[in-house]
Design a protein around this ligand. Structure first.
Ligand SMILES: Nc1ncnc2c1ncn2[C@@H]1O[C@H](COP(=O)(O)OP(=O)(O)OP(=O)(O)O)[C@@H](O)[C@H]1O
Ligand SMILES: [Mg+2]
Length: 339
């Protein structure tokens, strides 16, 4: 019998990562696109494009971001198919060649906590015939497992589509231990775009530009410096100051994130609350917003004080955690997908 390949997959709204027990790790942008027509197919010479290639060629594609808002968009076959293409692509990258190898692959897939309730069946269908055994876990739990932060910690994973919370109590987290908000990177982008358009109606700005600016200059609290970017105004590249807009857009996540964090803390058994408060870990791209740990610590002062830290390797922490889980998971925890 061939060796079993264990993989951990972090299925994200904006990026998806895979870590495999053969030592391979890859990350791709979570975009899948099919050529729009005969011309596009002739230009692209491919049936499907994935990742940043799909984004770069988007004018020629029916482009899907299948996990927008952290959920597979129900009812759309195209999105289920897109997830399947994305998963196949990730597996190919680590050396799994289609259905032949499927029988030897065991995959742990991390998804937003809320999708666990609503989208498990979609995900299962997407994985049929691709892997032998499947274990679906919440994204923040995979992060906690990867960091070995399994007891009296709280993970706050701020991604593109969702912000996921998970309190770790030294066992598999239950529904009460987890929350999902749809306030995250994408909602900041939407807000920032709107604010910039209101202030500079003549400027020509897209959500892709706004996202770039945010990733360079995001902050909450006091600005360290002015945020000045270049945008075309009537076709002429022009410098615009977006300090206030950046501030306002990034701060939109603070009230809901603080409220959920404090609410989850209040549900921890009283004698463990302080330990959890001093062990709060931020992950995900949105966790990189400058000043965020300090802002959350400021809010914790009102409930006895706490410590918030950001973890280092945000790209692979979820998939590495998934891989660690895959290697540790006992036989009975797996779902069999192939007969
Ligand atoms: N330095 C930064 N400051 C603010 N936001 C950032 C920064 N770097 C990345 N982001 C944002 O983080 C988000 C992507 O984070 P991440 O890769 O963790 O998301 P994801 O896992 O794909 O999404 P989800 O977990 O919601 O499914 C995007 O909205 C991106 O713009
Ligand atoms: Mg994520």
């Amino acid at each position: 019998m061939a060796d079993i390949l264990h993989v951990g997959i972090d299925l994200g709204t904006s990026r998806s990562a895979i870590s495999a027990s053969n030592g391979e790790r890859f990350v791709v942008d979570s975009f899948v696109g099919w050529p729009l027509d005969m011309v596009a197919r002739k230009v692209l010479k491919r049936d499907v494009l994935i990742g940043h290639e799909a984004v770069a060629n988007r004018t020629m594609l029916d482009l899907h971001r299948p996990l927008e808002r952290g959920l597979l968009k129900e009812g759309s076959d195209k999105d289920v198919e897109a997830v399947r293409e994305l998963l196949l692509h990730l597996l190919r990258l680590v050396g799994v060649n289609g259905q032949n190898d499927a029988a030897n692959v065991r995959a742990v897939v991390g998804v937003p906590a809320a999708s666990l309730r609503t989208n498990k069946q979609y995900l299962r269908n997407s994985m049929k015939g691709i892997v032998d055994s499947l274990l679906i876990v919440s994204e923040p739990f995979a992060v906690a497992y990867g960091l070995d932060a399994l007891l009296h910690t709280m993970i706050i994973d701020i991604g593109a589509g969702t912000t996921d919370f998970c309190v770790m109590k030294g066992r598999y987290p239950t529904e009460e231990d987890q929350r999902t908000l749809t306030i995250a990177g994408d909602s900041i982008d939407t807000q920032l775009l709107k604010l910039i358009e209101e202030r500079y109606p003549q400027a020509n700005v897209t959500v892709f530009m706004v996202r770039d600016w945010k990733e360079k200059h995001s902050f909450v609290g006091e600005p360290q410096s002015q945020v000045v970017v270049t945008a075309p105004v009537k076709g002429v590249p022009t410098e615009i100051d977006i300090t206030n807009e950046m501030h306002a857009a990034c701060e939109t996540i603070l009230p809901p994130v603080i409220e959920t964090m404090i609410d989850l803390l209040a549900r921890v058994e009283p004698e463990f609350q302080e330990r959890v408060r001093t062990n709060i870990i931020l992950s995900g791209g949105g966790g990189l917003i400058r000043g965020l740990p300090e802002a959350l610590e400021g809010a914790l002062k009102g409930v006895g004080g706490g410590k918030v830290r950001y973890m280092e390797d945000p790209v692979f922490v979820g998939s590495d955690g998934g891989l660690a889980l895959a290697i540790d998971a006992p036989e009975g925890d797996w779902e069999k997908l192939t007969a």
